[in-house]
Design a protein around this ligand. Structure first.
Ligand SMILES: Nc1nc2c(c(=O)[nH]1)N[C@H]1C(S)=C(S)[C@@H](COP(=O)(O)O)O[C@H]1N2
Ligand SMILES: [Mo]
Length: 365
């Protein structure tokens, strides 16, 4: 067994080929900056072997083409470090699967991690290629070095795209380091995209090519995957034209301590702890209920200085009477948006974007 798979032993491994694993919520809440060995892993195919000595990134835009080595990127542009929570669109799918089965791995709430990323703003690389205007009709397509077989189609590079307007906002990075160390193979070495606030799928690993074009990526994962389908659609009635491309992630929050089903001391102060993410919005409040959502109290949102794309840690102290209690959490953003009470309404057959109140039953004794 390789070192990397051994390291994923303390994560919950949904599959080894491809490698899909997440930490427990308790482990995730231990550090504001998620250690590389704790951060979830999500790949659609085999991890490619990339020779860093010959590695180069293809850029194509408005008929111009360029090929940049990692050294070209590192010496030709100023590096920037920012913290961003990366979250899979399937995070918390397990809660949707309690409503009705869906396709995909039963991610709990651990398909999210908060890391510091170092690289160059994609905006600067595009500007050097002549792109300055965030024309809303343009898209930036990314291609990875991993080849994915999708049913009847021949294996093709993993590919997706984002709108040009997002690509040039300055916070989208072409990153070579995570938490101050070079990217590991699993996380996309030698270079990956980091699209803060967007679903993890847009943050392409093992980046081979960037293209500015007048249409979204033609690749399988852009056209046929990571679409949010209507509530009533089933695999048999699947119609991709009725699916919405998943980009921005919704407001979300999870309780990380205590564990579901835990016995906690009655009549004594206990501390409830978790995370919340507002992604492209601004987090205003995180509310906690100890009675299944009938009454709520505001939690303390901790300030760890992660910046606008980082997640937020929160905690609240409670005294519970003896007996069963249902803890639940919901976040509120500064426009007053909040999360749905139940996963029923938002259920979709692919199991994306679960952001229902996270509920944790406990017994105080
Ligand atoms: N090339 C490539 N990039 C990829 C993927 C992939 O399979 N291939 N998976 C995507 C998905 S769905 C997610 S959630 C994130 C996961 O990044 P991580 O494994 O570093 O946590 O990478 C994204 N980038
Ligand atoms: Mo994902």
């Amino acid at each position: 067994m390789s070192t990397s798979s051994a390291r994923s032993n303390d994560r919950i491994v949904h599959s080894t080929r491809p490698l899909n694993a997440e930490p427990s919520l308790a482990q995730l809440r231990d550090a504001f900056v998620t250690p590389v060995g704790v951060h979830y892993l999500r790949s659609h195919g085999e991890i490619p072997d990339v020779d860093e000595a010959t590695y180069a990134l293809d850029i194509s835009c408005e008929g111009q083409r360029a090929r940049l080595s990692l050294a070209d990127l590192q010496s030709g542009f100023s590096a920037r470090t920012l913290m961003a929570a990366l979250q899979c669109a399937g995070n918390r799918r397990a809660d949707l699967q309690c409503v009705e089965p869906t396709s995909g791995d039963p991610w709990r709430g651990g398909a999210i991690g908060n890391a510091s990323w170092t690289g160059v703003p994609l905006a600067n690389v595009l500007r050097a290629s002549g792109v300055t205007d965030p024309r809303p009709d343009l898209h930036v397509a990314f291609e990875g070095l991993d080849l994915i077989g999708t049913g009847s189609e021949a294996p093709a590079p993993f590919g997706v795209s984002i709108p040009l307007a997002k690509a040039i906002d300055g916070d989208v990075l072409l990153a070579w380091a995570m938490n101050g160390a070079p990217l590991t193979r699993e996380h996309g070495a030698p270079l990956r995209v980091v699209v803060p606030g967007f679903a993890g799928v847009r943050s392409v690993k093992w980046l081979a090519a960037v293209a500015v074009q007048d249409r979204p990526s033609d690749a399988h994962h852009q056209r046929h995957d990571y679409l949010l389908y209507p509530r009533d659609m089933r695999p048999e009635t699947r119609d991709d034209r009725r699916g919405t491309v998943i980009n921005e992630m919704p407001l979300n929050a999870a309780i990380c301590h205590p564990d579901p089903g835990a016995r906690v001391p009655a009549g004594r102060t206990i501390r409830i702890r978790g995370y919340a993410v507002a992604n492209c919005a601004t987090l205003a409040r995180v509310d906690l209920s100890a009675d299944g959502g009938q009454s709520w109290t505001a939690t303390a949102i901790e300030d760890h200085g992660g910046g606008r794309w980082a997640w937020r840690f929160w905690h609240a102290d409670l005294v519970l009477a003896p007996g069963p209690h249902e803890l639940c959490v919901r976040a509120v953003d500064d426009c007053g948006h909040t999360q749905p009470a139940s996963p029923t309404e938002g259920w979709n057959f692919k199991g994306y974007l679960c952001n229902a109140w996270h509920r944790v039953p406990v017994t105080a004794a």
